[in-house]
Design a protein around this ligand. Structure first.
Ligand code: 4AD
Ligand code: MG
Length: 440
């Protein structure tokens, strides 16, 4: 790469200077004697202008031949153009063809989503897709920043694992030499190891669920960030989650406003995302749902309509805590009553906390306080029909200096969907994996 080479995103620093854009033809338009070449270089989009009589004839000839997505090097002078996205345009002085593109399958007309998904490798060049992935980058950057600022250590968990974290029904299995292995559903159990060794850690990596659900919120491969903190209880956990979400929202608003504009995101809704977030128990949530005509029998998990209704009720992310333990994983600490003492093992409630995002984006954080008692944990493992031998190392965390501890997992794709306002999580990751999607 040439040092100091020009990128469209830096155009404001080059006002009045002659530079070369190395990029691709996004679109072209003609209006009488003026030709407009809409160029993209990966960092942004800029309009180049050719004037009959002013620009060289060769450039005009080449302009006529250029096809959508042909690669070109375009040299010219940068000048302010307040009505243009980015505020600048280029007065083209010369054009060089790098590669003439074949007829491009994705044209400015509307395409069906199936067709676009089959062409995901090309679709990513389109403005909205490009913008969503740039917001994703900012979300990930701000996640690392948040934890680094607070002294958390990044603690990588394995992807190939011998056992389940979130129940055996959504495991992807694979052969591991002579034994069976599974793609990790969550790095949590390993994150707990990290919390005992480093005090506060976060696991960040891909996670896998053989979900048979075809919804706008479910992927089979998604990225999760999972903080885990020793000596933290359920309240501490919700406070951490709240500060975390506020940090991500503020970072995206301050650093990705142009992308959010491309995505037509209503910024006032994001600007309103400030703590404190309401915290309600599952029992209270049932009352809210009943009031809204969505009565749910005690002990049942929320579905999409319930999550949407809770989002509407509060207009902000809302924490739901103290869920029925029968619908939660084996590792949750339990309690007999909401707000009461955390009586290990006899509890009706799990000390969980899920954060429900507004506007139907559903649960973006799932977590809670972990069971710290060896005997209770053994019993829970048995109740869930899991093999104790697989969890012996995990039980060691309780045998050797057990402490109260908590953590949560945030789904990156659901967070990107919510921040960008994109309807479906398939547009929030470069190559989504879903029940019927393995290619490209
Ligand atoms: O609620 P979940 O299943 O929690 C856990 O896995 C815990 N072990 C995390 C922890 O405490 N360390 O998943 C956490 C989050 C969900 O709130 C959601 O945002 C996301 O992961 N998620 C999915 N995202 C996309 N597609 C799926 N199939 C998802 N399943 C969960
Ligand atoms: Mg969950």
């Amino acid at each position: 790469m040439t040092p100091n080479r020009f990128y469209i995103e830096d155009a404001s620093k080059f006002d009045g200077k002659v530079v070369t854009v190395r990029g691709w033809v996004y679109q072209k338009r003609s209006s009488g004697k003026i030709k407009f070449l809409i160029m993209r270089d990966g960092t942004g989009i800029m309009q180049g202008v050719l004037f009959a009589g002013e620009s060289p004839a060769e450039a005009f000839d080449l302009f006529e031949k250029l096809t959508q997505e042909s690669s070109v090097e375009v040299t010219g002078i940068i000048r302010a153009a307040p009505r243009q996205p980015g505020g600048y345009e280029m007065g083209i002085q010369s054009l060089r063809l790098v590669n003439l593109a074949e007829p491009y399958p994705i044209t400015p007309k509307e395409h069906g989503v199936e067709f676009l998904m089959e062409h995901r490798h090309l679709w990513l060049r389109s403005q909205k897709q490009w913008a969503a992935i740039r917001v994703r980058h900012e979300i990930i950057r701000s996640i690392h920043e948040f934890f680094d600022n607070r002294g958390f250590i990044r603690f990588d968990a394995p992807i190939l694992t011998p056992s389940a974290c979130e129940g055996t029904s959504t495991l992807f299995g694979t052969n591991y030499f002579d034994e069976k292995a599974f793609l990790t559903q969550s790095g949590q159990l390993y994150g707990e190891v990290g919390a005992m060794a480093f005090g506060k850690v976060y696991v960040f990596g891909p996670t896998f669920r053989a979900e048979k659900s075809k919804t706008r919120k479910h992927l089979t491969e998604f990225w999760m960030v999972e903080p885990e903190v020793a000596y933290a209880d359920l309240e501490d956990n919700m406070a951490l989650g709240e500060a975390f979400i506020e940090h991500i929202v503020q970072s995206v608003l301050s650093r990705r406003a142009p992308e959010l504009k491309i995505l037509e995101r209503d910024l006032t809704k994001l600007e309103a995302i400030r703590g404190p977030f309401p915290r309600i128990s599952y029992d209270e949530a049932l009352k809210v749902l009943e009031k809204r005509g969505l009565a749910l029998p005690w002990g049942e998990d929320f579905g999409a309509p319930h999550e949407t209704a809770l989002g509407e009720e509060f207009g902000k992310p809302v924490f739901v805590h103290h869920m029925p333990s029968e619908i939660k994983a084996f590792y949750f600490k339990q309690s007999d009553m909401v707000g009461g003492p955390a009586v290990s093992g006899t509890g009706k409630y799990a000390l969980g906390c899920d954060l429900i995002a507004p506007d139907g984006y559903g649960e973006i954080i799932g977590g809670g306080q972990r069971e710290e008692n060896t005997d209770v944990l053994k019993r829970r493992i048995a109740e869930h029909n899991l093999s104790e031998a697989d969890y012996n190392w995990y039980l060691d965390l309780r045998r050797f200096g057990s402490v109260p501890h908590s953590g949560f997992g945030l789904g990156v794709e659901r967070t990107v969907a919510w921040m960008t306002g994109v309807e479906h999580v398939r547009e929030t990751i470069p190559f989504p994996r879903m029940m019927n999607t393995l290619r490209p």
